[in-house]
Design a protein around this ligand. Sequence first.
Ligand SMILES: C[S@@+](CC[C@H](N)C(=O)[O-])C[C@H]1O[C@@H](n2cnc3c(N)ncnc32)[C@H](O)[C@@H]1O
Length: 360
Amino acid sequence: MLRKKLELKIEEDKRISFSDYMEMILFDKEYGFYEREQVFGKEGHYITSPLVSEHFSQCIAKNFIEVYKQEKLENIIEYGAGNAKLALDLIQYLKNRQTLPTKYYFFEKSSRLINEQKMAIKELELDDAIDFVWVNKYEDLPKEAFIIANELFDCIPTDLIMYKNYHYYKAYIDETFKISWHKYDFLSQTSSKYLSLPKKLEDKYIFEFSLGQYEIIKNITRYIDKAYFVIFDYGYSADELYIKDRISGTVTCINNHISDFDPLKHMGQKDVSSFVNFSYLRNILESKKWDVNAFMSQANYLLSFDILNNINIDNLDEVGAIKKLIMPNQMGEIFKVLISQKGINKISDKNFSKNDIIKL
Ligand SMILES: C[S@@+](CC[C@H](N)C(=O)[O-])C[C@H]1O[C@@H](n2cnc3c(N)ncnc32)[C@H](O)[C@@H]1O
């Protein structure tokens, strides 16, 4: 059915860009992966940090408290909240310490996940302690907030660009469901310069270029005046991202906890994402007048908020989960944290044991 819908769209336009293709296979209201599949957890397709251990979200809660002491941001916005595990653990932690924000906003695209989020919140009987609000329009967001996005940017539809013989080509899907490359005036796109591509790219190098990521930051900037924004995702600075080994790009699929690299197979049945270029996000944020304060590995962020202090070392599952979050060969190193702020006094970042902002 998804294939039929795609065929019709391709027939209309002769071909569709990879980003339009990704939009449909992931988010189509009838057949998209995020609408049809049970995405998260052991029974689903993959596991994210909030599902690994509640200590992940508790560290974010500590970050919120720290910021709140300096700047009273009354709202939390979570962008792309999945099954709401992060929200539940974070709110529970803040509730126990009487440091709840006034409102918790979910900005979510998937109708299926909005339902899951609403059910999860209801089950915990938390909704009397704080107002939960679901929005899908930027104009409905509050003017000030502590904003969280965990693994949002990696699944935002991206285009694929190939550099070949000193020209740029963009990937399209044609009626045979294969990729064809078409000349593309990449350099005239305003945000192309924000990718911080290396001066010399290998011939036939393929890289991702997401206008969707740019739009998200543009829209948040437009509607929010005061904010502290924490972005978690897997990826690298531009210098570390564009290496020879990644000449074919970084698009990765995952089905039932197994990865593959063919987004054109099993459409709608698996997740498709790509590495986040944190230099790109930093450059966009700065172009929109955000102060980008910190960039670090997920391990360094969690250690800065004392993740090791509250664990029960006799509980082997708990110890195993923390290891998964912070060990360099697991989620500790490839996952990064980017922190920026806007319209508020500079938040002291004394907490961070290591800040690699210089890498961006
Ligand atoms: C990879 S999942 C991460 C979920 C959750 N943050 C976690 O870590 O478990 C991405 C989430 O972002 C949502 N999403 C993707 N694009 C979005 C958009 N443009 N606006 C709002 N939510 C979006 C998806 O529906 C999903 O909830």
